[in-house]
Design a binder for this molecule. Structure first.
Ligand SMILES: Cc1cc2nc3c(=O)[nH]c(=O)nc-3n(C[C@H](O)[C@H](O)[C@H](O)COP(=O)(O)O)c2cc1C
Length: 191
């Protein structure tokens, strides 16, 4: 399985990168190919809400920037894992911008009725780290992820929340074990 991971933290060696690394290692150990993309390597502009993607007047999206390449890689992958720190009770801005752009992958505006998406049937997972608690904080991202998966007709592969993070050096063996278990569970998913 070709697994695309998307690191949505501005820190390439922060909490989220470490936790994601353990998840990725478990997937790789199970024989899967893991391809990490760091959001900060890409310049992605916001969705212009032009609806060209829904009208079929553009190939994918009318905003011709690095987002296009990322979206194409997401579509090609067998599984997508989004990894993000909680920033102000939501996804960090640059990652949120890309998530907005994923709107072009659905051929329907509001998710009503009969429509298709380019992520239909694709397993999608989430890894979240937070300085604060899970409740009313990290779980807000899980809720958004679940709604996104439903809208995209993707397959919910699960979410790992690591709350009360201090710094990467404080991530202990228990967190590592949870991340590796999560990675092994994802590795069992076949598409
Ligand atoms: C701008 C900013 C906003 C944050 N907002 C929250 C928040 O709303 N809730 C929370 O629990 N932690 C918040 N944090 C803490 C981060 O979520 C936490 O430290 C996270 O593990 C950082 O991951 P990273 O090292 O991968 O960037 C915030 C940190 C920053 C820099």
């Amino acid at each position: 399985m070709q697994v695309m991971t998307l690191l949505g933290s501005p820190r390439p060696e922060g909490n989220t990168a470490h936790v994601l690394g353990w998840v990725e290692a478990a997937l790789a150990n199970a024989g899967h190919t893991v391809d990490r993309h760091w959001i900060s390597d890409y310049a992605v502009s916001g969705c212009q809400e032009c609806q060209s993607c829904k009208e079929g007047t553009v190939d994918l999206c009318s905003v011709f920037d690095d987002g296009i390449a990322l979206l194409r890689t997401i579509v090609k992958a067998d599984m997508l894992i989004i990894a993000a720190p909680v920033f102000c009770w939501g996804f960090p801005g640059p990652l949120k911008t890309l998530l907005d752009r994923m709107y072009c992958l659905a051929d329907d505006m509001d998710g009503g009725g009969d429509y298709t998406t380019q992520l239909a049937g694709k397993p999608m997972a989430l890894v979240v780290t937070a300085g604060g608690p899970e409740k009313d904080n990290a779980d807000l991202l899980v809720k958004a992820y679940e709604a996104m998966v439903a809208y995209m007709k993707a397959v919910p592969a699960g979410a790992l929340m690591v709350a009360n993070c201090v710094g990467p050096q404080s991530l202990d063996a228990a967190v590592r074990a949870r991340a590796e278990t999560f990675g092994r569970q994802l590795a069992e998913i076949t598409c």
